[in-house]
Design a protein around this ligand. Structure first.
Ligand code: ADP
Length: 365
């Protein structure tokens, strides 16, 4: 096969018409990148439409046409993006100015280990040398101070420029929790606007300084409170925690749709309680079936960041305020957290450099 010529590829793409504008891909300016290496062609196509069936059709048409014109043996890989898709609410200047990435740790339902994942990921990212902050935004059960063994409250200073709050620093992580604002005896009955008001204050009044990652432990679920929050926080992206059971995976899917609705990219899926590690023998048992989180990530065109086993030490770490990544770095779970932290950091940097091509899928199914 002779060398593939970029100009030829462009002339072929001239023949593909985008149905809503009735223009071809080249005059539409939809082809953002063409990389040819050997018999492989990588394309980045950015369309004005968000309809999934149109994107699928264009993808198929391009692959068929290029194979037809060039050779059946070529490999064509296409990343699709939606034109004008912004990433979360715009960041105002003065808010989180020193923070490079803001990441929501979310779950479709409670009890899947979202807070456990948020805490261990934050501590592990700090272990790996990153500057990390963690906001406990879970108004239904702000458990992060307990999980990190933090007793002190943040310092609040009032001066002529307003309120300034110094976050608590523990295990290398700067921390603010909605739990600091309420007393332990009273259950929290908050509506979305109140919760988002408190979180807004964390964004504007807390002195975060320079951070690589600011993680948010979100309230579980996909209702109004959660939606208000993801619209309040200028998010770079999110990760969704699920367990392998079908009921949890269905909820995780809803979580992904919620982020799509507000154009926040989902960096990936973490499967918690993936399998069981027996504390006596170290043998592993697959209790809920394998591969659910991985399949879901595939189906939703996001990354599978990794799976964490059920290990009694993980729960003990949470109960005693000594997260497993610190208490037992040699454990299977701690090793997985370390891998997930690396995968997440890589994923974020590839998205930020523009090579990650996080696709924002707007379809409703
Ligand atoms: P969520 O934030 O989703 O409600 P939590 O992080 O509070 O869930 O976890 C719920 C309970 O499950 C906690 O007691 C926690 O210690 C325990 N847990 C979470 N993940 C694991 C795991 N991988 N192995 C063992 N226990 C876990």
């Amino acid at each position: 096969m002779s060398e593939i010529n970029k100009m030829d590829v462009i002339s072929y793409l001239n023949e593909i018409i985008e149905p809503s504008s009735k223009k071809d891909l080249i005059s539409l300016g939809a082809v953002k990148d063409i990389i040819i290496s050997g018999d492989k062609i990588n394309l980045l196509i950015e369309l004005p439409t968000t309809a999934q069936h149109i994107k699928d059709k264009i993808k198929n048409d391009v692959i068929n046409l290029l194979k037809n014109k060039i050779s059946n043996d070529i490999e064509v890989k296409i990343d699709m993006a939606v034109k004008g898709a912004s990433q979360g609410p715009p960041k105002q200047s003065g808010i989180l100015d020193g923070v490079k990435s803001t990441i929501a740790v979310a779950s479709g339902k409670g009890g899947v280990g979202k807070s456990t994942v948020a805490v261990n990921l934050a501590v592990e990212l700090a272990n790996q040398g990153f500057k990390v902050g963690l906001i406990d935004a879970d108004i239904y059960g702000p458990s992060i101070p307990l999980m990190l063994g933090v007793n002190q409250k943040p310092k609040i200073i009032q001066d002529e420029s307003g309120t300034k709050i110094t976050p608590v620093e523990h295990l290398g992580v700067k921390l603010m929790s909605i739990g600091f604002l309420i007393d332990d005896e009273n259950p929290v009955i908050w509506r979305g606007p109140m919760a988002s008001g408190a979180i807004k204050q964390f964004l504007t009044d807390v002195v975060w300084g320079e951070l690589d990652y600011l993680l948010f432990d979100m309230p579980p679920g996909t209702g109004d409170v959660q939606l208000t929050l993801v619209q309040t926080i200028p998010l770079t992206g999110s990760i969704i925690v699920t367990t392998p059971q079908d009921v949890s995976l269905i909820d995780a899917r809803k979580g992904l749709k919620m982020f799509n609705r507000v154009n926040v990219p989902v960096f990936g899926i973490v499967e918690n309680m993936s399998y069981f590690v027996a504390p006596d023998t170290g043998n592993t048992y697959d209790i809920f079936g394998t591969g659910g989180g991985e399949k879901l990530a595939d189906e939703l065109e996001t990354s599978y960041l990794g799976g964490i086993p059920i290990e009694p030490k993980v729960r003990e770490g949470g109960d005693t305020g000594n997260p497993i990544v610190k208490a037992h770095p040699e454990s299977e779970s701690a090793k997985m957290f370390s891998q997930i932290a690396k995968n997440l950091a890589e994923r974020i940097s590839s998205v930020e450099s523009g090579s990650g091509n996080v696709e924002i899928i707007m379809s409703d199914n």
